[in-house]
Ligand binder design. Sequence first.
Ligand SMILES: NC(=O)c1ccc[n+]([C@@H]2O[C@H](COP(=O)([O-])OP(=O)(O)OC[C@H]3O[C@@H](n4cnc5c(N)ncnc54)[C@H](O)[C@@H]3O)[C@@H](O)[C@H]2O)c1
Length: 319
Amino acid sequence: MNTGDGGRKGCGVQDLAGKVAVVTGAGQGIGRALVERFCAEGMKAVIADVVADLVEQTTAELRDAGLEVTGVVTDVTSLESVEALRDAALEAYGAIHLLCNNAGIGSGSEGHIWEHHVNDWRWSFDVNVMGVVNGIRAIVPTMIEQDVEGHVVNTTSANGGFTPLINSAVYAATKSAVTTITECLWGQLKESGSKVGASLLYPSTSTPGVLATGIWRPGANRPERYDRPGAPPREGRDSLAAFRARMEQLGLPVTFAPLSEVAELCLQGIREKRFWITVPNEAQSKKIMARATSQVERSDPAYLLETNLMTGSPAGTKR
Ligand SMILES: NC(=O)c1ccc[n+]([C@@H]2O[C@H](COP(=O)([O-])OP(=O)(O)OC[C@H]3O[C@@H](n4cnc5c(N)ncnc54)[C@H](O)[C@@H]3O)[C@@H](O)[C@H]2O)c1
């Protein structure tokens, strides 16, 4: 089915005032920025995060700022926990119109792909992929049954969601999966004539710079069941410092872009019913084309071997 409109026609939430958003991984970072932006439109929001202190602190701060928010400690790796989140949201506000499956982690894995511990894979897939699956399984049926306009935004990344950075295989593989899952979700919702829409959020900004979030502390708050020898410390590894050092060696200062820009991008994407919510980027577009060309022509994926400043090069470098 060709909608002929870049995927913008059909379902979605237009008038946001008074509507209800559930955002996972909202204790800090991009998730928190999304909650702040949605509430500025008059929405009510449920702040879900696995770190209880973050839920408590963020909920209190946003309430003090006059926003209508409820905090629910949620582990997205558990379907039961996400079902409890759904029930808490319905009890607090009576409906769910916008679901942002945003919780995500960096694995903290180091070295080559054949050296990665299986628990790095398990933890990342459980949070980044099964977290999205659990959000869809637990909450989308409710959104469909409500029979009013609704929207699901799954947070992916250019890393894996467009083309992978070869030095972060675990993370890239999870985001590739999120992208495919969301494409299928979009198609199935469209095909079934649902009033619920779906989008992919690629956190990106027009302002140059990186996003200062917890993602720069890979390995933080790793549950015991995913432990491995040599795992990063509980507070995570400071990968921003390593990135800063690499950039400084090249004479490039590290700057930061505001998280509010990502939230604004997401809001406009929902309003315009865009599937691919991302700031266009010429370098990224070139890589997407190189990948597509390589697939069509069955040539080697040489575009993967470009030096990449985010993770350092070559693959296997200890970070
Ligand atoms: N920051 C970036 O540059 C960037 C770029 C592309 C994509 N992303 C994606 O954006 C999303 C948000 O990341 P962020 O950068 O704001 O990082 P962040 O670490 O600041 O926020 C992620 C939140 O998810 C929570 N979380 C982790 N495991 C969870 C679980 N099992 N259940 C519930 N919550 C859990 C964390 O406690 C944290 O508060 C992630 O999906 C990430 O992969 C971030």
